[in-house]
Design a protein around this ligand. Sequence first.
Ligand code: CEZ
Length: 787
Amino acid sequence: KMHFSKDGKRYHLRDQKIMPKADTFLWNNSVLAHVTAMGFSQTQFMQPEPTMYSHAPQKSEKAAMAPEPQYFDHHPGRFFYLKNHDTQSIFSAPSMPMNMELDVYDFEPGLSDVRWTAEKDGMEVVIQFALPYGDDVVELWKVTVRNKKDEPQKVSLYPYFPVGFPSWMNTEGHYDDELGGMLAYALTPYRKLKDYDKVKQMKDYVYFIAHVKPVTWEANSAKFEGYGGLRNPDGIRHEGLSCTEASYETTICAMEHVLELSPYESKTIYFIFGPANNRDEVLTMKNKYLYPNAINDAVEQFNNLYEENKGCIQIQTPDETVNNFINHWIIKQIVYHAKTLRMVTDPQTRNHIQDTMAMTYLDPGHVKDLYKLALSQQSINGEMPDGILLTEDAELKYVNQVPHRDHCVWAAFAIGAYLDETNDVGFLDEKVPYADDETPETVYKHVCKGIEWLILDRSERGLSYIGQGDWNDPMNMVGYKGRGESVWLSQATVYAMKVWLPICQFFKDHKRVRTFESIVQSMNDTLNHVAWDGCWYARGFNDDGEAFGVSTDDEGQIFLNTQSFGILCGAASGERLDLLVNAVEERLTTPYGVTLLAPSYTYMHEKIGRVTQKHPSTAENGSIYCHANAFYTYALYEKGYGQKAYDILRTLIPGPDEHDMKQREHLPLYIPNYYRGAHNERVIGKSSHLMNTGSLPWIYRCFVEGLFGLKGKKNGLKIEPQLPKAFKDVSLTRVFRGKTLNIDMHQKEGMKVTEIILNGNKVAGNMVTMEAMKVNNDIIVNCPLTK
Ligand code: CEZ
């Protein structure tokens, strides 16, 4: 009922009922489309701010994709009704709105398109959806109706694409004969005269055109639904749609195509749906995209893109789900993040940097300009802004108007990772200006200045101030009076210095080396002295100097991030390390991953903030936040806890167990922002269904550098696998600095230390130097059995 296709690039969910919320997403440079198995859909495009053009009848205020979309009959979707003229029986595909039991159902998300098959009473509908490659905002649809009987059948096909009632100033729609399709208009509401010029540029028209003219149409939602509603619309019960416009009324795009099909005959209709600024633009799109091969062309271009960026590893392990995820699906998600930066004009600085960072392992050349762009918005005093402005008109909005104190740590992590992978030290010498000083300085200096800003931004006892938040956006009331301290940010600052120290050494920047080394030491001492709660690290200290994230708290006693970074910064060692790992296991671990904190907050804590008001076990309030899981597993690999790390990492990818997937309501096609935490047994593990997440670079690194232990060093590749017990034999291809390594890894009884054989010769130690590598290499790695 649920499985990957043979090549792993498509999924099949053949049961309409077991996972109605199963979903996938498609994207191009301007559009992000989220679709579900049932046919619900949300599409946003950039103009340049995220905008939607297909709404529920009531205008929703939501401007962009958000976690946990709630579906209901009138939730926007792309639906196709089918009526048999002889029997008058009706069903809808892919499933909604009628949701009738189908004889055949298949939700088939691919990397570059989505397909559904729905069959009832000898009539099959195959729907395919894709977005064009590039910048154009248009949905490409192809619907094939096949008569599966040995007698002729006459059917009507009625696509139903809602526009809604998005504008209280002007919403309307009708059939435009010349266009040969539906044209709706919903003016972006505005009040200020100065906004008129902006509104004039908006894509306020919505078009829906088929490549053959319909026989009847409907723009008027009330007429279409009549008394029957969406589940049994009068419009379809009657002979022909009523051809009624919407005149300041809830607007839809529906059409009727009559298809006479001989036995086993099929007919295909192509549709395009999208927003436009004016009628001419609609015509342009029609000419450009309303042709039979449009979808195939788009799919091919996206497939090529993923092929060109297929990542630095291609793996063959005994776990097919993991192979497919790492070889194909995480690639798609990484490329989406890196190329669109989540489709905002002011990505949060930490998101901008981490979304880019994942690309290090796909196409390292891609990251440099994006890092330089971020650094060019740094102040001369070292402070990084809350968001990176991508366009000239962009401004810091929403959460970016709340000052967060952590933005200087990320460049060190990301550029450190870039150097490990590429050894492109030349990048450190490239020069970038500051936001408030045009004299350019080197990338190296910029990052140093960021760290030095963090060093100054500390309390008397040497912990980082939290102000109105750190990594945790909604932790806004811990330190707003100026005294509160973040244990996490203190650890992250130390870790940033640790990552950066070898680079300072490389530059023979002795003074900095001495300073950083001594601060690393003193901060770690302080952390262990004041922030160690006995079995784990506290999360911080509020403005009144009280610790939180400690065992004496009634809620939020332990936080994951301070354990992960407590490991990464080197504060936790020896007994502390074991205690902390045990505490995470006992208090935070669930079958679906590790929760961000526990127990979840159930009431407002005014000395912590907005995070405590989020629903318990969602998002930052104790969900299984994938980003935080990725930090933690990365930290575990750093310390050699390979099996424990993998046990957690594996929980982030659903399946293949059916129960697991059903509980999560998530297919192994992308890492969601979070899964619900432990607060409510009924909904534990449920996916947020949000495809935006900072976890991707860390997860990918966990596989490359942790599990397979193939980490770039100055002179070459260090090979130190931490294979999980279940991976006795694996083979993979690693691309590294222009060389290809075909690697077989085996766990072998009796091995004491890992043995590496490069092109037939045993390597002394675990480094394969660049000099020793040919263009193509065969490597055998024999490891001791994993305990
Ligand atoms: O947003 C994420 C941010 O994109 O939350 C993370 C943060 O590190 C990421 O940069 C943890 O706080 O409540 C809010 O304002 C949050 O900003 C959320 O919207 C959160 C969402 O989960 C979206 O990704």
